[in-house]
Design a protein around this ligand. Structure first.
Ligand code: ZN
Length: 284
């Protein structure tokens, strides 16, 4: 939310426009901008009659977008600017995303985007939310680690929030994106909490879209482990050496099979890296 100061710097003209206006009623909840068409009344006066001002639709869309909590670094991500080679796994993932936006609400399964870092999983997930927000669907984005952190923080006695206050919007959102599933070190509490959240949404028949860096299979485990051991880079390669099921538990992985279509994305970088690793291993 912009500060008063920055807003004033951006909007000197509108503020000078009608200094007598009682500004409290004409301000939007987000800033000090007064609509130059309706002066904040929400009604545009025409030569013959009046009609609802276009700013109200924009305002409600902006509110819905803000309520979705999409991180600023992904705010520009949309289906329009997703780049993929024809018939690549990214292209297939893109078509799944478009299909979901197009078909919603006649959709009974979410999506699980699986793939390494940097292949556009979060871009697609955010693009889905934005497409759905345009359709008037209430959406919410959460990075799974930050959700868990907020829940943990709510246990602190001096915290001014409660677990329920954190979780209520997560349960209620019509469509939720849970980004980076499995990113938190899996303790019993982590697994139970994530399972409870996802299972509640499943029982309420609410759609959830997931992204994860973890796959269902670990490629060439022995070679990978051996290479990692020799390079002492095990922690850097944890995504490649651990399955999603190992990260989130069997119970949740099977729940995800029921509620989501798995969409595997393999980036060019990823394939190159795997080939290089096989090559390296064969020389040892
Ligand atoms: Zn207006």
């Amino acid at each position: 939310m912009p500060s008063d100061k920055s807003t004033k710097q951006i909007l000197p003209e509108q503020q000078k426009y009608n200094p007598q206006e009682p500004t409290r009623d004409t301000k939007s909840s987000h800033d000090n901008e007064v609509c130059p068409v309706c002066f904040g009344t929400g009604v545009e006066i025409l030569p013959k009659g009046a009609r609802p001002c276009g700013c109200r639709a924009t305002d409600s869309k902006r509110k819905a977008f803000n309520a979705a909590r999409i991180p600023r670094r992904y705010a520009g991500c949309s289906l329009d600017n997703f780049k993929s080679e024809p018939d690549s796994s990214q292209d297939i993932a893109f078509r799944y995303a478009c299909r979901l936006v197009l078909d919603y609400p006649a959709v009974d399964r979410g999506l699980l985007f699986m793939g390494p870092v940097g292949v556009g999983k979060t871009h697609l997930a955010v693009a889905i939310l934005k497409g759905l927000i345009d359709k008037g669907v209430g959406c919410l984005f959460y990075e799974s680690g930050s959700l868990l952190k907020q829940i943990q923080d709510s246990y602190n006695p001096i915290s001014n929030t409660s677990e329920l206050r954190v979780l209520a919007p997560v349960y209620q959102a019509e469509v939720l994106v849970m980004d980076e599933l499995g990113s938190t070190i899996p303790t019993d509490w982590v697994r139970d909490t994530i399972y409870q959240i996802i299972n509640t949404r499943y029982n309420d028949k609410k759609l959830t879209v997931f992204t994860t860096n973890y796959m269902d299979e670990v490629p060439q485990v022995d070679d990978a482990l051996e290479t990692a051991r020799q390079n002492r880079k095990l922690t850097n390669r944890i995504h490649e050496l651990t399955t999603l099921e190992e990260r989130i538990g069997t119970r949740l992985r099977s729940r995800l099979y029921e509620m989501c279509t798995k969409v595997k994305i393999e980036g060019e970088d990823y394939r190159k890296r795997l080939d290089r690793r096989r090559f390296d291993s064969s020389r040892i």
